[in-house]
Design a protein around this ligand. Structure first.
Ligand code: IFM
Length: 467
């Protein structure tokens, strides 16, 4: 009898081991989400009549003559290797001269059938010196907003899209917690100006990209490679976002305004799904650059783990500090384990996927994954950016079609998505990449400032018309 019980126990134990093993193998080997051609279809009925269709731009990338901010200073400096900080030694310069040409650009948005426009305001133009407000700059944005409203385009305003005044940087920028109040003060001033004519406000664009470029890779200003500081600056940005949100909500008209943060989600994945090392890198990067922000917004607790850096803080009023979740999606990034950290962080491009001109492929399935993920914030989602750098314009149409089918699939399943903004209306200054990357629905000739419609843009126009 005793022997029988022993055998039974061993058998049960073996079954348990096999079961755990099977679960582990199954988990590790989950294929990356891949859809078949026929899965990419757009169900136009899912887009409600008031769905926002638009393009997105950012002040420094399109306005021109921004000569008083951190990016201007950065463009005119050399990096640690004594080379230009920008590809081709480009400078933002006149950019797309959108400052002067916005009326004709609004006409272009209308020609494409759009009903919304996301843009950013340039802090360094409105407050060129600390405490000195340039009324003419504010008036410019009034004119822009009035023209948008008159044209039936819902304005969505971003307060901070990578640039900040030189005086703010001189004070230490977002590296210093005590500087946050200066940003909040600026946003309050702007909100009070525009409360009657703008309903949608994005506090900060892609805080994770800001810290990755500025404090990990060092190809954005201030060009540091200091992950500890990266984690601290990210916390300060999230705190700044929270305070702007709470301040606006307490102001007259604030309750009705829709205020949110813009989170970029790159889907981070292992190269070999059976390789625990690859998983480790993908998960580590994801925790630091996606989960830290999402968890903060959900709970008010901040955890930034990027070995050897480990930062934990709490800021309870961060929890739920948004009326919508802004999602920027571009692609996925694949990692391959290496004991050399820099090497392990190098992105890989899957051979079987279409390449974009940026260092990533086209992966529309990831937009669906990203939507599901950001939906965990429990707020309506707005796709605040999605677009492709495609100088030959041979994949733009397909890109738009397939990414919008991911949006439509999510909406069919009940995800609450209120708008889609293509990045970008016209080619513009793509930060460290200069003018080499062509994201525009309109090609831009930077010398003549001529814009010409790309054929890929017609796909978007047709989809909008179909609704
Ligand atoms: O151009 C950028 C934009 O400023 C922020 N999101 C990604 C875009 C394309 O790289």
């Amino acid at each position: 009898m005793k022997v029988l019980i022993k055998i039974l126990k061993i058998l049960l134990f073996a079954i348990l081991l096999i079961y755990i093993g099977a679960i582990l193998v199954w988990n590790f080997s989950q294929p990356a989400v891949k859809w078949k051609k026929e899965d990419f279809k757009i169900v136009s009925e899912v887009f409600p009549e008031d769905f926002m269709w638009g393009t997105a731009t950012a002040a420094h990338q399109v306005e021109g003559n921004n000569t008083n901010n951190n990016w201007y200073a950065w463009e005119h400096s050399l990096n640690e290797d004594n080379e230009s900080t920008i590809h081709n030694n480009d400078k933002s310069g006149k950019a797309a001269d959108h400052w002067n040409r916005y009326p004709e650009d609004i006409q272009r948005m209308q020609d494409l059938g759009m009903n919304a426009y996301r843009f950013s305001i340039e802090w360094s133009k409105i407050e060129p010196e600390q405490g000195i407000i340039d009324r003419a700059a504010i008036q410019h944005y009034h004119d822009l907003v009035d023209s948008l409203n008159a044209a039936g385009l819902t304005p969505m305003m971003t307060f901070h899209h990578f640039t900040q005044p030189i005086w703010f940087d001189d004070l230490g920028g977002f590296e210093k917690e005590e500087n946050i109040s200066l940003f909040v003060k600026f946003c309050r001033l702007v909100f009070e100006e525009f409360v009657d004519k703008v309903d949608y406000y994005c506090t900060i664009n892609e805080p994770n990209v800001f810290i990755t470029g500025g404090y990990v890779r060092g190809d954005f200003p201030p060009g540091k490679k200091d992950p500890q500081l990266a984690g601290e600056v990210l916390f300060n940005l999230l705190k700044a976002h929270t305070l702007v949100y709470r301040t606006i909500k307490a102001l007259p008209g604030g309750r009705d305004a829709k205020v949110g943060i813009v989170k970029d989600i790159f889907v981070f994945e292992p190269r070999n799904r059976f390789h625990p090392g690859d998983w480790l890198v993908a998960r580590t990067v994801d925790k630091a650059f996606n989960e830290s922000t999402l968890a903060f917004l959900k709970t008010g607790y901040y955890n930034f783990e990027f070995p050897p850096v480990s930062i934990s803080k709490e800021y309870r009023i961060g929890k739920g500090s948004y009326d919508f979740a802004g999602l920027n999606y571009y692609s996925h990034i694949i990692f391959d384990f290496s004991f050399d950290q820099e090497k392990a962080l190098e992105p890989h491009m899957p051979e079987d996927e279409i390449k974009t001109d940026m260092e990533y492929t086209m992966y529309p399935e990831g937009l669906y994954t990203a939507i599901k993920r950001i939906a965990s914030l429990g707020a309506p989602i707005i796709i605040t950016e999605n677009g492709v750098a495609d100088r030959d314009d041979d994949i733009r149409g397909l890109y738009i079609q397939e990414h919008l089918s991911a949006v439509s699939k999510a909406m069919e399943e009940g995800y609450d998505i209120d708008g889609y903004f293509y990045w970008s209306l016209m080619d513009n200054f793509e930060w460290a990449e200069g003018y080499d990357m062509k994201f525009g629905l309109y090609a831009l000739d930077t010398l003549s400032q001529e814009r010409s419609l790309r054929k890929g843009a017609l796909t978007l126009k047709n989809i909008i018309q179909g609704n």
